[in-house]
Design a protein around this ligand. Sequence first.
Ligand code: ADP
Length: 428
Amino acid sequence: MGKVEAPQFFLGIDFGTSGARAAVIDAKQELIWQEKAQFPQVPGPQLPTVWRQSLFSLLEQIPTELRSQIQAIAIDGTSSTVLLLDGQGKVLMEPLLYNDDRGREVKHLLSAMAPADHLVQSATSSLAKLLWYGQQSEFQQARYFCHQADWLASLLHGGRPISDYHNALKLGYDPETLTYPDWLKNAPWFSLLPPVTIPGTAIASLSSSVVNSYKFPPTCQVCSGTTDSIAAFLASGATQPGEAVTSLGSTLVLKLLSAKPVTDLASGVYSHRLGNLWLTGGASNAGGAVLQHFFSLEQLRELSPKIDPHQPSGLDYYPLLQPGERFPINDPNLLPRLEPRPGDDVTFLQGLLEGLTRIEARGYAKLQALGATPLTKVLTAGGGAENLIWQTIRQNLLQVPVQKSIQSEAAYGSACLARSGIVTAGFS
Ligand code: ADP
């Protein structure tokens, strides 16, 4: 009789802006179980308690027989959401969230410290937030500075927070040389910074208290994590240079795997390392929010099939809700172009979808012009991925295969990270 292998499962947990999700996959990357926890609205200082409770409540909800066979766990969090801890791991001040820009108060400190054209020069970077914490009296008791994902993982393994080169990018970590640069190493508070690993590296076993309380296998590994948007990209299964994921949500977000990193900070373009490849991209202010301004979801579903995608409308829209664009055109005064409005709604909707598609095509062309690998295939995520007529319009203009992503949940992407890590997942 052949030996029957015990099944192996992998857990990914996504901490987004409004809630957390957990996903369990098997060794073949099949989704086995998922659950979500909505965050209650609480003042900033209570957020760590809410995040901790959400984490442990999700663990508790995993069916016992699955939980007892989970081999590895990875957590993603919102990029540049950071915490300051004392030596016992106690949170010293309210976390600073991804979009918190009080770092503008320490712009002078940033410019004195980091190179002028560096990603960390933004008021919302992790480094700007660390410098802001540095001005508060609690900073004297600080022992650790870390990202949301690092902190949540430390609650599982019980050791000091460990980061990954995705979360640490906006802290100033150099993913090319895999080191912190000298201008950070020379700072008096450098010892507060987390060690940085390749995302998905097994960093420690689960703490014995978590193993005993939740009946995980004692060998279960906690892996370093990633950011929520990279986890969503990992969910798509794209692994080759030239493969991209377009997110058709409220805004239009492009992500392209490239053999080379590219940067154009004025347009919000930069690159994250993924094994031996680079993940680059940009976000337009245009997107599904414009469609929803003019049409209900029901109307979008009803009118779209009436469009003939092979007969262009002849309209030349740039669908913005207000003036200002960053990518692919960097112009804070760019005006929306939504005239003339034809008499029938089907043609108007077609004009909007074509306008958004031209922005998508121009975005990928811009990334290529900056030196990224040319586009070979587009996977689609977000609400607009449901629209098959739009998919045809996009394929006609982009001239590469366009498909819906089978998986686009960040929790699923983090589970894949727990299963194979970045390097063994084929990004090389
Ligand atoms: P968010 O970025 O807010 O998370 P979602 O990924 O949920 O957004 O996508 C919501 C967007 O998807 C809406 O703005 C809407 O315009 C778009 N959308 C939903 N259904 C359709 C459809 N059938 N055709 C085109 N767009 C759609």
